[in-house]
Design a protein around this ligand. Structure first.
Ligand code: MSP
Length: 677
């Protein structure tokens, strides 16, 4: 059996087993681009490990208990289990349409899950880590979570995520002794320096744990739709205790797959890292089980610059988008764009125009066209004649790139992996340009054979490397190359570390172009159908600005000149109210290398994690002059990459002109996250 010896988390260095999970999704929503993003990423990781011959397993599912679901079922006059059956299907049926092939789909209403979670509870209880107490707090039903007043937007105790007032809840409750796990968790983090990626998120998590942990309320009596607490059926388990357990319960039945534990990577959005990387390891430790060794918290997507609001999630369906692009390879195009356009780990934007651009250039011109440049020259794989410097260079340069792509996949960096694969495609296209098979065809059949055989082996290698991201495209390519479809074989590493050597004589079957050009009408239809609903939203481009055209592009509101002042159109209060303006506390500031006007800030705007804001104030404020200041932040401005690698997630308000620039501060003390209006 092959060994996974890449620079991935140490935990995988000694094993050839790989288990990847997505969060289990709430069923009161539809599968949307955000949940598709995580599911696709997990599928990509699993397929990659399959190419490496690792025994691999991919789990996803639905999170079906809790007050939200109980209320949604009541609204529809359905028993919650009937409602759950109906809506869980939306998820299990969506993923295959996006070429995702989970090995298992767990539902928290599965009997196998209930049995395991109750045993898990009993183990933790009998180990003395759960006790009965009493809880009163501010509870957001939509988050299924309690908040402290400080964490809520004031006045009115408004949930920072759902913008709705939270409820006061008082109930007897079992508590998990999380406070006793602070040191153990910190020791675990210390011993597993790669536990959470990206590193910045790990650091935030560590600070959270270092700041002190309180015992966690893990049962509810205020509703019934949940897993009963063993021995005290008045209580149902807190949904996160129930939900996190899915990652293990799914391994226990119908057949025993527990050998996969703990070789797991949990993939999730940054919003729920704390549950996965603090609570879940603590629960497992309390039961005497091993915590997961690796977790990856990716960033959040906007769609065409718009936040993924509930209405947008309902309008832009990833499966409808895939189908509209092409019934055969549309899913692959969506997968490719998601994995390539948004650096995995960072926040980013998914835009239909960007997808179309990538379709024609990166997919059509660089990948699809390569087949068309090679296959017309031969019906079978030709013999290779003597190699020239061109082939020798190619053969010498290839392995480093193939290794870099594998290493990037191994390190859960599909974006970089695709970058390396596309650099191989660039090499291949350059090779064809220079080798000029059309010239050899005229008078040198031996040379033509060498060129085509070399190009065919490059195409074969690429068909394997793109398979994790584009399984259908890989299958079409392989069909044209006369190769059987790829599938993982445990113990057989199929990654093309060196260029494959095809036997001469194998059939080549030139087919129709894999990425046909979109007709003008289709382009228009895609843009029309998949652009976000038109609303007059103030974007950076539209933001009223009288700053000179060459003013630095920064995320600080453009400064108004002294005079003359251009008249601006009158706006209604509704226009103003669209802005999510909040008090922000600048936690840190650093200069951006080689950009003398920019500061890279971390600003607490009352959310679980601080935001990065890149502001053009470096000429007016030294980093330590702005650190600690309370400023005004426009929080719902579409995130923008101000400088490569610096995604700004908001804008500071400031007054003055280019030379004298003063950030807007507040008269008096307000906590970060307070609304400014
Ligand atoms: N049920 C819990 C998870 C329990 S896991 C033990 C839950 N469900 S959810 O339906 O709200 O899914 C949240 C996850 O969906 C995020 O962590 C992320 O993986 C994905 N996304 C939802 N919106 C997203 C974006 N806009 N962008 C990227 N991913 C996002 O939380």
């Amino acid at each position: 059996m092959t060994r996974c010896d890449e620079p991935w988390y140490e935990a995988f260095a000694m094993t050839s087993r790989f288990y990847v999970t997505t969060p289990i999704y709430y069923i009161n929503d539809v599968p949307h681009l955000g949940t598709a993003y995580t599911t696709i990423a997990a599928d990509v990781m699993c397929r990659y490990h399959r190419t490496r011959g690792h025994e691999s397993r991919f789990l996803t599912g639905t999170d079906e208990h809790g007050q939200k679901v109980q209320r949604a079922a009541e609204e529809q006059n359905l028993p919650p289990n009937v409602y759950a059956d109906q809506v869980s299907r939306r998820f299990s049926e969506a993923w295959p349409k996006l070429a995702c092939a989970p090995d298992d789909f767990i539902r928290t209403t599965d009997p196998r899950h209930k049995t395991w979670v109750q045993d898990f509870w009993k183990k933790i209880f009998s180990n003395g880590h759960i006790y009965l107490g009493h809880y009163e707090g501010l509870y957001c039903v939509r988050c299924e979570g309690y908040y402290t007043e400080k964490e809520l937007r004031q006045p009115g105790n408004i949930c920072p995520i759902h913008n709705q007032p939270v409820e006061v809840m008082k109930e007897p409750s079992y508590f998990f002794k999380l406070s006793q796990f602070q040191d153990k968790l910190l020791a675990f983090y210390e011993a597993h320096p790669d536990f959470v990626r990206p590193e910045g998120r790990f650091n935030e998590l560590k600070s959270f744990v270092q700041s002190g942990l309180q015992d966690l309320s893990v049962s509810r009596t205020s509703f019934q739709w949940g897993i009963p607490v063993p021995g005290d059926e008045q209580h149902v388990m807190y949904v996160w205790f129930d939900a996190l357990s899915n990652y293990y319960s799914a391994l226990t039945s119908p057949e025993d797959n527990t050998r996969y534990w703990p070789n797991v990577v949990h993939i999730m959005g940054k919003d729920i890292l704390r549950f996965h990387a603090c609570y879940w390891p603590a629960f497992l430790m309390a039961a005497g089980m091993e915590p997961p060794p690796a977790e990856f918290a990716h960033g959040f997507l906007t769609y065409c610059g718009e936040k993924m609001s509930k209405s947008l999630r309902n309008t832009i369906s990833p499966t409808a988008l895939a189908e509209a692009i092409s019934p055969t390879i549309g899913a692959d195009v969506v997968r490719y764009t998601l994995m390539r356009a948004i650096a995995f780990g960072q926040d980013g934007d998914f835009a239909i125009a960007d997808l179309m651009q990538r379709y024609s250039s990166e997919l059509g011109n660089q990948l699809g066209n390569l087949l068309n440049r090679v296959l017309p020259f031969a019906e079978t794989v030709p013999e290779k004649g003597p190699l020239t410097a061109l082939e020798e260079n190619l053969i010498a340069n290839y392995p480093d790139k193939a290794k870099a792509a594998a290493d990037a996949f191994t390190a859960v960096n599909p974006t970089a992996a695709l970058g390396h694969i596309w650099s191989i495609l660039a090499l291949a296209n350059e090779y064809i340009d220079k080798a000029a098979p059309w010239v050899a065809k005229k008078n040198d059949p031996v040379r033509l054979g060498t060129i085509i055989a070399t190009a065919v082996s490059l195409l074969e290698a690429v068909s394997v490397m793109i398979w994790p991201v584009m399984p259908n495209v890989a299958a079409s390519m392989r069909e044209q190359l006369g190769l059987s479809p790829l599938q993982g074989i445990v113990g057989s590493d199929q990654w093309p570390h060196v260029l494959p050597n095809r036997e001469p004589g194998g059939r080549l079957m030139r087919g129709t172009p894999i990425f046909p050009r979109f007709e003008k009408e289709k382009e228009a239809e895609l843009l029309e159908k998949f652009s976000p609903p038109k609303e007059p939203v103030m974007s950076q481009e539209q933001a009223p600005s009288t700053a000179p055209a060459n003013a630095p592009t920064t995320d600080v509101a453009p400064a108004a000149p002294a005079a003359p002042r251009e008249a601006k159109a009158v706006i209604q209060y509704d226009d103003f109210a669209k802005m999510d303006l909040r008090v922000g506390l600048v936690l840190s500031a650093e200069r951006v290398k080689k950009k003398d006007k920019l500061l890279d800030l971390r600003v607490d705007v009352g959310e679980a994690a601080p935001r990065r804001i890149v502001a053009g104030i470096a000429k007016n404020y030294a980093p330590d002059q702005i650190t600690g200041k309370k400023v005004v932040v426009l929080c719902n401005l579409a995130p923008r990459e101000v400088v490569k690698g610096y995604l700004s997630e908001g804008m500071l308000l400031a007054g003055g002109d280019g030379d004298v620039l003063k950030v807007a501060t507040l008269d008096g003390e307000l906590p970060p996250g307070s609304t400014v209006k």
